[in-house]
Design a protein around this ligand. Structure first.
Ligand code: TYM
Length: 337
């Protein structure tokens, strides 16, 4: 059986970017494929501690998992939910892969450069973060890893490490995740998703950006979220066209409209082509986001902590079994067993 796997850090309430870039695509894939694929959803809590956590990490972890259920995730025997720190094989494989990866390739990671920029001293976890991510993926032989565009470089690094390892030991111990271009197709998208900052659409929407109106958080009231869309930065070209380079603000709105309603981007672009009223577009997108958040938050409030802990029980027992078996193969290859 194929495995589809993803994780979202839980340093704070998540953004609409996390939701549309990774969480919702994962839920849609899980609902479509969980009869013939294993679906692994986990909280990379060890990744969370590389940077500051807003509020209580435990609360954030449980809330993060509730988000999947509120987004409509099916739960059946093939859907597994777990916490990274509850499966020690992740850290163990990370160490082993540290001895396969090179300083050069890890230093080239854009996220590392961005996260360490301007910091007087940067913790080693920030540097090592993509290697732990590779371990998260390879332990479960995951071929499909639905993530936003900012994580593609890490998936490519994972592929390289797995191929190097297999080549070195002359065995196919690791399953190679599919290329990111094919991941995108598997998600039913034409391109990787990067939801943009509402005030500066040349940047991605990020929870760490200070300006409130730059991002929509999943706990924003639907009305507040709608207002943020209405005040989004656009341009002065006066035409509605999908062109991330020249019209990033308008393109971002078109993309949000398509993703929220699970419609092909081309169809939404076609519908608005030839129109010129940015106000009308904003009103439409604001309405879509408002409806989505209203439904999502209503469902979220009905999910109990107990429901999540019950799923974690099953999920962590499954994850430890699969991860330990793969770790043992790797340890044997290196002569550690
Ligand atoms: P993280 O926690 O920073 O982000 C979680 C997911 O949200 C996506 N994302 C976005 N997508 C579109 N537009 C945006 N503005 C936007 N912001 C965030 C990210 O691409 C990501 O998919 N290293 C990962 C977590 C991780 C992981 C893994 C993921 C750890 N191990 C193994 C998959 C498989 C991270 O820090 O994502």
């Amino acid at each position: 059986m194929k495995t589809i796997l993803t994780g979202l850090r839980s340093n704070s309430v998540l953004t609409l970017g996390n939701y549309l870039g990774a969480l919702l695509p994962m839920v849609r894939l899980a609902n479509k494929h969980s009869n013939e694929a294993q679906v692994n959803i986990f909280v990379p809590d060890l990744h969370s501690i590389i940077s500051e956590v807003d509020g209580d990490l435990q609360t954030n972890i449980i809330r993060n998992l509730k988000y999947y259920l509120a987004a409509g995730l099916v739960t059946n025997d093939n859907v597994h939910i777990y916490r990274q720190s509850h499966v020690p094989a992740h850290s163990e494989l990370c160490w082993i892969l540290n001895c396969v990866a090179t300083m050069g390739e890890t230093s080239r990671m854009i996220q590392y450069k961005e996260k360490s920029k301007g910091q007087e001293s940067c913790n080693v976890g920030i540097f090592d973060y993509p290697i732990l991510m590779a371990a998260d993926i390879l332990l479960y032989s995951a071929e499909y890893v639905p993530v936003g565009e900012d994580q593609f470089q890490h998936v490519e690094l994972t592929r390289n490490l797995a191929m190097r390892f297999n080549h070195r030991f002359g065995e196919d111990i690791f399953t190679i995740p599919v290329k990111t271009a094919d991941q995108v197709k598997f998600m039913g998208l034409s391109d990787g998703v990067r939801v943009r900052d509402l005030l500066d659409p040349t940047k991605k929407m990020s929870k760490s950006t200070k300006a409130e109106n730059s991002k929509i958080m999943l706990d924003d009231t639907p009305e507040k979220a709608a207002k943020k869309i209405m005040s989004a930065t656009t341009d002065s070209l006066g035409k509605i066209k999908f062109d991330m380079f020249n019209q990033p603000g308008i393109s971002n709105l078109l993309q949000i409209e398509a993703l929220v309603n699970d419609r092909p981007l081309d169809e939404v672009v076609e519908e608005w082509s030839g129109k010129t009223s940015y106000g009308d577009l904003k009103k439409q997108v604001a309405e879509s986001v408002k409806t989505m958040l209203t439904n999502f938050q209503t469902k979220l409030s009905a999910i109990s902590d107990e429901q999540v802990y019950e799923l974690l029980n099953e999920g962590e027992s499954y994850a430890n079994k699969v991860a330990n078996a793969k770790l043992y193969e790797v340890q044997k290859a290196f002569g550690l067993r």
